[in-house]
Design a binder for this molecule. Structure first.
Ligand SMILES: [Fe+2]
Length: 330
């Protein structure tokens, strides 16, 4: 089966093509909001303006023609309404124009499934970390995911982006913050874990205050606070993950989502797993950032189980939590 997947939940418009579990192409175009952040109307404009080019490149690099494609999969949510609408309109156009069936995909499910597939792990505990999401997930006997623990306020990626914006970084993004944090020294910040849940907003406020503290002029305060913010957030995340591993008695852990690309986090989880005798897996960066190939892959799994989605149901579900899949599809 050849599935074309469209990712459009937030800053990224991506189209990937997957054949029987192998990514033939994965063309990604990400809008950078810079200092002003993600403005919904600008995301929608970006996706509309690059859609045709991304599609053309994706089909060309997969060396297929539109006629060869069996299904058109698209991100249905969670996400921001305006960019989702553009991606879904593109999916409907392609499907109607070329006589293809449509499949709506939960964005989080796609991150999880492509990572399980690439790490060759069946039924692991999953740690899913991105801008808006921070969740520990476990599938039930029917393959539906339950959330064992999650952030009670902001996602870990948004924590980093918000702090980067507060200290006026040109590129207010977690990856740029990680660069700034290199070589920083630890300063104490609040650590807030509640069972298997996390709270980040107090940490953000304290970090913003600490970054303005110029008491020790010879030190690079922003660097030290950036380092300490990331170390603290990752340590909190490791703690709740370890608790979930012991509770569920799982022997495999998969890390996925945009923040999964952070090398320091990978290193911390890997050493935790080594100590506990747990197998640790993380997919290559290309499949952890928002990408169309993961939507195409997850779309093919959903199509096999549920068939196509009727066109009248192809609408954005902005608050589509992964634990609503049973209610929506079942
Ligand atoms: Fe994502």
């Amino acid at each position: 089966m050849i599935s074309l997947g469209i990712e459009c939940t937030a800053h990224t418009l991506s189209i990937g093509i997957v054949k029987d579990g192998t990514a033939l192409s994965n063309v990604i175009d990400t809008y950078s909001g810079g200092k002003e952040g993600l403005i919904p109307r600008k995301l929608a404009d970006h996706h509309a303006s690059v859609f045709a080019e991304v599609l053309e490149k994706s089909v060309a690099s997969a060396r297929v023609s539109i006629e060869d494609i069996d299904i058109v999969s698209f991100s249905q949510g969670p996400g921001i309404g305006s960019p989702l609408s553009v991606g879904i309109a593109g999916a409907k156009y392609l499907a109607l124009m070329h006589g293809k069936e449509l499949v709506g995909v939960n964005h989080c499910f796609a991150h999880v499934k492509i990572s399980e597939h690439l790490c060759k792990m069946r039924d692991p505990l999953v740690l899913y970390l991105s801008g808006g999401n921070t969740q520990i997930l476990l599938a039930d006997h029917d393959g539906y995911y339950n959330i064992l623990g999650e952030t009670l306020d902001i996602g870990i990626g948004n924590l980093f982006d918000n702090f980067a914006r507060a200290i006026h970084m040109e590129n207010a993004h977690g990856s740029a913050l990680a660069k700034l944090a290199e070589g920083g020294k630890y300063v104490e910040l609040p650590y807030s874990v509640k069972g298997m849940n996390l709270v980040f907003s107090g940490l953000l406020t304290a970090a913003e205050k600490a970054a303005k503290n110029k008491k020790i002029p010879q030190r690079d305060t922003k660097k030290d606070v950036a380092f300490s913010l990331m170390e603290t957030a990752f340590a909190m995340t490791c703690e709740v993950t370890e608790r979930a591993l012991f509770l569920t008695k799982k022997r495999d852990l998969v890390l996925c989502g945009g923040v999964a690309q952070n090398r320091r986090l990978q290193q911390m989880l890997e050493s935790m797993c080594d100590e506990d005798g747990i197998r640790f897996g993380v997919a290559p960066d290309e499949f952890n950032r928002d990408n169309g190939a993961m939507i195409a892959y997850a779309g093919s799994l959903l199509y096999k189980r549920y068939g196509a989605l009727p066109i009248e149901k192809c609408v954005p579900i902005t608050n589509y939590r992964i634990d609503r899949m049973k209610e929506i599809l079942g």
